[in-house]
Design a protein around this ligand. Structure first.
Ligand code: DAT
Ligand code: MG
Length: 185
């Protein structure tokens, strides 16, 4: 029986009384909500210019998170005004928007258990000078104005930001074959 058949069989079994859910591959549709947390990651224009896109993606893949949306685009002022609304009063805001619209960036949505918190830890401090070695900013950048990536800072912010950058039908609902090895029963 293929994995689709096994998933189907399990979801039928789940409806019956008896022992708890059998061990084995988890069916995507049955994944509990905490495994479906999502966050927005932007690979900023400096990182695209420096050919760092693959290195950033590799870190999230290695960690076990699942890529559910990705696109290359040149952002316009409108989307950046919404994305960085909280920073409008900051002195660096005009320069930040000019830089973020200056060239292509890669927008991605990553999914998994505690992905928002884990991603912030993987990205490191806003200022690369204080970002720990081993973090993306700590390994790939020097100055706060060119700190390689953006990552949502809370589950609620992630929900809002994903809505700015992606249409619902641009996010894929797919079963990741390695989930039996990255999550317990
Ligand atoms: P983070 O990206 O870690 O969530 P933030 O939301 O405070 O940090 O700021 C958003 C971005 O603004 C940050 O990634 C880089 C830029 N930025 C922040 N402080 C800055 C500063 N003092 N000078 C220039 N750019 C700055
Ligand atoms: Mg922020």
């Amino acid at each position: 029986m293929g994995s689709l058949g096994r998933c189907l069989a399990r979801s039928l079994l789940r409806g019956q009384p008896g022992p708890s859910r059998p061990a084995g591959p988890r069916c995507y549709g049955s994944a509990p909500p905490e495994l479906q947390e999502q966050t927005l990651v932007l690979v900023k224009p400096d990182a695209v210019q420096r050919r760092l896109v693959g290195s950033v993606i590799q870190r999230f893949e290695r960690r076990g998170f699942k890529l559910v949306g990705m696109k290359l685009l040149q952002a316009n002022q409108g989307i950046l005004e919404r994305h960085y609304e909280q920073l409008r009063q900051k002195p660096f805001y005009p320069v930040l928007v000019a830089y973020m619209t200056s060239g292509p960036l890669v927008a991605m949505v990553w999914e998994g258990y505690n992905v928002v918190k884990s991603t912030r830890a993987m990205v490191g401090d806003t200022n690369p000078a204080t970002a720990a070695a081993g973090t993306i900013r700590g390994d790939f950048s020097m100055h706060v104005s060119r700190n390689v990536v953006h990552a949502s800072d809370s589950v609620e912010t992630a929900r809002r930001e994903i809505g700015f950058w992606f249409q619902r039908d641009e996010l894929l609902d797919w079963h990741s074959g390695d989930s039996d090895y990255t999550y317990g029963p």
